[in-house]
Design a protein around this ligand. Structure first.
Ligand SMILES: [Zn+2]
Length: 140
């Protein structure tokens, strides 16, 4: 276990080796995911092989997501666990079912009472400490 690294009070994500291209693309405000050329399915979180068909890493390629999806599940946090999180509470996090067929855990903007399963959302990028992160806003 490594210690959590904070910048400006925000915990910085731990980038696993397989996911390094994901974090690098986010710095350029591009949301990416892995696609398997063996079975044509999206692979997420990042892997060194395809968890659907077992294909090796040579079959996995990074693709850019359109950044659109629908809310699959969500939970609203009323009391932030640290000072930085408390400063934005209440906030909502949850799984987005992405148009490309994978599930991404993220922050979802919107008033808690207005949030609903199946709501269309669109990615936006936010700088938190050293890292650019994807967050989702309601889309028309
Ligand atoms: Zn596959």
């Amino acid at each position: 276990m490594s210690e959590i690294h904070y910048v400006d009070g925000w915990p910085q994500p731990y980038a696993q080796l397989d996911a390094e291209p994901y974090w690098a693309a986010l710095k350029k405000e591009r949301l990416t995911y892995q696609h398997c050329n063996g079975c044509q399915l999206a692979v997420w979180p990042a892997h060194s092989y395809c968890p659907h068909c077992g294909a090796d890493k040579a079959q996995l390629e990074w693709r850019e997501s359109a950044g659109r999806g629908t809310v699959y599940s969500f939970s609203t946090v009323m009391r932030g666990p640290t000072k930085a999180w408390a400063s934005i509470a209440p906030y909502t996090v949850g799984f987005i079912e992405m148009a490309e067929g994978y599930y991404l855990f993220s922050q979802i903007n919107g008033r808690p009472g207005d949030m609903r399963i199946g709501q269309s959302v669109q990615v936006r990028y936010l700088q938190r400490g050293e890292q650019v992160l994807p967050v989702f806003d309601a889309a028309g």
